[in-house]
Design a protein around this ligand. Sequence first.
Ligand code: ZN
Length: 305
Amino acid sequence: MSLDNTSHFDRPGAGELVPSRYAVQVGDIGVLVVSDGVLPLPTEMLGYNADPDARAAWLSDMFLPPDAFDWSLNVVVVRSGDQTILIDAGLGLDPNLNLPRAGQLIQRLGSAGIDLASVTDVVLTHMHMDHIGGLLVEGVKERLRPDLRIHVAAAEIKFWEAPDFSHVFMPPGFPDALQSTATRFVQLYRANLRPFEEEHEVAPGVIVRRTGGHTPGHSVVRLASGDERLTFAGDAVFTVGFEKPEWHNGFEHDPEEAARVRIRLLRELAATGEQLVATHLPFPSVGRVAVDGDAFRWVPAFWDY
Ligand SMILES: [Zn+2]
């Protein structure tokens, strides 16, 4: 991508003038966080079990608008040994959803010089559409290797055969869209699916582990090489989850278990001091977790240029 347009503001450039990827090294493992864009969602979904005044106060303290704000959508590419692993796939481009600022992943992988045919493995933290939609974009499957392995918890595939939406708090239309997207994904990629039960080593130092909570098959990815570690937490942690880990997120299918999973994971990350990346934390979402009284604090990494 050319940055030539930085010195010629009056001329359109070839690429976008926004940061869309950030690289981190974890021992011998290369990690690239790629932004799929942003997704506007109502703020009520952040903590629908919380007192509305407490929620409004938190938003005000964060200088966020009261009604809706943009959630980041972060995807991670991992290189370990001779494998290139895509962790989640963004929202994709569904014109019916009217979410034009999301679904940038495929274009941005191209800008980063990552050929879809070089991807050997995909790991799915879960099968919500903002994590699988990129693989459903027209023409993408044809560009992927026929022997691509897609690792996802067996419990996740099973869940979407008859999903339970009785404990969620989503905007209208979302349950139907989530269910039909997950169904379409399984139909299209059935031959590539490599289900695991609790844990699977995808590549040297790259372990996917089921947590449940957000969805029954929700999983996190733990990277370890030398004495360095990084965890990709998927949707186990949201921006509000450090200070208010017990607030229920509207997308959680078992919100009480999701809160237990979140607190356990944040405690562990605070103890190890390892790096954390999560789907919906502000891009590039690389940072660490500190204990703060009986809650937690997000400590963003200093960008390393
Ligand atoms: Zn999500």
